[in-house]
Design a protein around this ligand. Structure first.
Ligand SMILES: C[S@@+](CC[C@H](N)C(=O)[O-])C[C@H]1O[C@@H](n2cnc3c(N)ncnc32)[C@H](O)[C@@H]1O
Ligand SMILES: [Zn+2]
Length: 348
């Protein structure tokens, strides 16, 4: 069966192909077009759809790899269908990336990218893109899996995607610094069952050490939902409400995007991609977020629109915004008591 996706025609007979990820691939093509790179390594290629689209739609020189000989046959056939020729490798992605460096690497696995991250960080020169579909391990639903795969602790909070994305980014950043590389998220998003992050890679001894200023933990109170950022080496006292904090992390506390980069991507986008990118763009660069219904429930308060709570917080001089991953969540540097005060006024 032939599928048409973007500029490509693809056979997916006998290989993995998820039509649900089309939105992700559509957005990826704009992201790739905004990157100043030529080479694109599709490390876990399956049908090769991502690499083929990267060649056709973003002008990249794609190199394909898959451990499955069947996938290699399908990629050969798909290159022919699209009038392309390219190098195809039939190897274990981790081994291939140990032996050779690539300008831009894309890790798009089943489940977790964790087992590929060491060699991907070793190999990537300019850009690194990763997908994770094991969101339960990252967002605190499966605490032990998160510890085993990502070496970080999380419990499920009211804003679990915020925590999940930051745990994934934090892991990638830690994997890279041993190679004197610093990873900076150009754009990252949480959607449906997956997380996606595109990083810029910089090789520098000093920057790779300094990046730990953007790493740390989140103290989280399960009773009142208060969250407090704790830098590396700092401690967490008790929550103001009297409960003990749970300490989530290590996680990334820095920016989830490079605003200038996302603006360039958004300029090329239309329709629902543009709408989604605008949601990412309005998001404040803050790592403490709250679900308004969860806060309202604790105090049995009614719920005003997220937008008006954001407006009230800004009037008080706080940073605040909505989030791209949840319509009733907000990000703010205000203490949770300030948010509750606003919800209480709404009750009156
Ligand atoms: C989720 S699919 C990739 C989907 C594809 N990137 C897309 O956009 O449709 C994962 C692929 O990784 C391959 N794979 C699994 N383990 C691998 C390894 N260690 N090295 C290389 N390929 C591997 C599988 O054969 C499978 O085709
Ligand atoms: Zn508390």
């Amino acid at each position: 069966m032939e599928i048409r996706e973007g500029g490509a025609r693809i056979s997916v007979d006998g290989v993995f192909y998820n039509p649900m990820m089309r939105f992700c691939r559509d957005l990826d093509m704009l992201v790739f077009a905004a990157m100043d790179s030529k080479e694109y390594f599709d490390a876990l290629a399956a049908s090769g759809v991502r690499g083929i689209r990267a060649a056709l739609e973003a002008g990249k020189v794609a190199i394909f790899n898959d451990i499955s000989p069947k996938a290699v046959k399908v990629i050969e056939e798909n290159l022919r269908r699209n009038g392309l020729s390219a190098e195809i490798i039939n190897g274990d992605a981790a081994a291939v990336m140990r032996q050779r460096s690539f300008e831009h690497i894309d890790i798009d696995p089943f489940g977790s990218p964790a087992q590929f991250m060491d060699s991907a960080c070793f190999s990537a020169r300019k850009y690194l893109s990763i997908t994770a579909t094991d969101t339960a391990a990252l967002c605190g639903s499966a605490t032990n899996s998160g510890l085993k795969k990502y070496g970080a602790f999380a419990v499920k909070t009211d804003v679990y995607h915020e925590v999940g994305l930051r745990m994934l980014i934090g892991f990638a950043v830690r994997e890279a610094t041993k190679y004197e590389k610093a990873l900076f998220p150009l754009i990252s998003w949480a959607r449906e069952h997956y997380y996606r992050v595109h990083f810029k890679v910089r090789r520098s001894t000093s920057i790779s050490a300094k990046i730990y200023e953007k790493m740390g933990h989140l103290a989280y109170c399960g009773a009142c939902l208060r969250k407090k950022v704790i830098g590396v080496g700092e401690g967490a006292e008790r929550c103001k409400c009297g409960e003990k904090f749970r300490v989530i992390g290590p996680i990334w506390l820095g920016e989830l995007k490079d605003r200038g980069f996302v603006e360039r991507v958004a300029e090329m986008a239309e329709g629902k991609l543009k709408k989604f990118l605008n949601k990412i763009l309005i998001e404040a660069d803050i790592s403490t977020a709250y679900s308004l219904p969860a806060l309202a429930k604790i105090h049995t308060l009614t719920l005003p629109p997220a937008e008006s709570v954001v407006g009230e917080l800004k009037k008080l001089g706080y940073e605040a915004s909505r989030t791209h991953y949840c319509g009733f969540c907000i990000k703010t540097d205000a203490d949770r008591d300030e948010i509750v005060k606003i919800l209480e006024v709404n009750r009156a």
